[in-house]
Design a protein around this ligand. Sequence first.
Ligand SMILES: [Zn+2]
Length: 558
Amino acid sequence: MAERRTVVLYPHLGPKAGTGHIKRLLPFFSDVRFKVYVIHRNPKFVKEISNKFDIDSERVFPLSEIKTIPDNIDLIVLDNRESDRYLYDKLKNVAPIVAIDEGGDSRKLIPYTIDILPNLLDSRPNYNNIGLLDLNIKEPIDRELKNILISFGGQDPYQLTRKAVDALKDKYSVTTVIGPLFTKKDFGVNKIENLSNLKNIFSNYDLVITSFGLTAYEAAAEGVPVALVNPTQYHQDLSNKAGFYTLDNKFNINYKKAKKLFNNIEFGIKESLTDFIYNLEVSSLGCPICGRKNNSSIQRFKNRTYYHCFHCSVDYMAAHQKDVTYSNNYFFEDYKEQYGKTYLEDFDHISNLGLGRINNILKKVKTESTLLDIGCAYGPFLKAAESKGLTPYGLDVSKDAVDYINNELDLKAINSPFPLSKPLDFNSSFDCITMWYVIEHFKNIDDVLTQVNNLLNSGGVFAFSTPNSAGISSKKSHNNFLKNSPDDHFTIWSPKSAKKVLKEYGFKVYKVKMTGHHPNRFGRYVKGKFLHRLFMIISHVFKLGDTFEIYCIKETTI
Ligand SMILES: [Zn+2]
């Protein structure tokens, strides 16, 4: 059997909340892959609801007692409409959070967001799909308008049932759905009470009148034309966006129009919400440098979320998928796919690039210095360092690469991840430490920079290269820049943020070299030698390279 996951559900409940939010979470209870708890700020109200929806009261906890839940919680699922920062702060250290149709202040803070129903918010979720309602779409019915079903949810906080009945009862056969929390239980027409699933009865009617939300989609899926009455302008705007037919406040029905508009409604790709959430990988790690968890997301994709740390000024990524492992493919097939040749075929070119880097390092240390290249791959930079008189050592997670260095290049390298878990046997400290396009691959920068500081002699040089979040590609479209950023780049730096962070770890920057200048990234107007040259100058002057190298000196031991 599949591994069981413990989820804590937080449904939206309250005086005007309706029952739709708790209802769509009910499938978690019947799914054996989950052990389910419910929490809420108002435990009395939850217990009341738990009786109505037949939820074991031992699985219902007040928010203040979330720590007494007798299981390790894997995930918190918020279906709470608008969650404030207070609630987020209460939950953020308990377990990773997934929010459904979240429209509150915590929308930008929550690790993973799913929008099932359309909304008008300006920030995109990680994933949106109406198909998560998991509806079976049926052919539209084609009948005369006689029987109308009126359903304004479990509660009808805006008393729309009464208004609709009064307007329509003389002209049509009207049936009302009486929700469990209705204050008035009889409207003098046909009524349906205590029905847990409306789905099965929609097709008995020629028209369903409801507000924008779950019921509207459920009825439409059953092939029944829908007319919406919206209590607020917000609901109205959503109805228009989703393409539903809406009634005016006099309840005049244009049945032909209702039937016609009904064909435009999008239902998304059918998908099970419990399956989707079961397979989701969500972590609640904060900034990989300072650890803060209150940073807002800047962009979301289905498999990753980007945040900007206001303290460190670095962008960072939370991945929602299993870790990338660096197999030999990384240096062969994957590399070839990206650069057109394998890493080894590119060896001399990379080694030559290394010579310029060594020159920048030798501005601050003596020629016979020791150097540790972290993430050295097959050793082209070690080769360059050796040719300039330094004593280079390599470190890499790829065993094949390390074997190649030890056997073919006759240089010293060790197969180990970084940060190190035990001291290196060949040397305990170094005059130079380098990382060429490596720092962005670490999930925990704090550990990395602390260990670099500890391994580096005072006055020694630390240098690295990485993509530039302030380069031309990012300036043209930060959204596209993030979209194209690889799945295994966990931090995105700029020279400015690097300077700031390095200072906190005892380093002082003495050189930044902008690299990755590509005139074609300025647009398709850069043709001809003169313009090409001009744009290269602009790119250098305004530090618009898509990558950069940064060189610093260790000033203090931390
Ligand atoms: Zn930070």
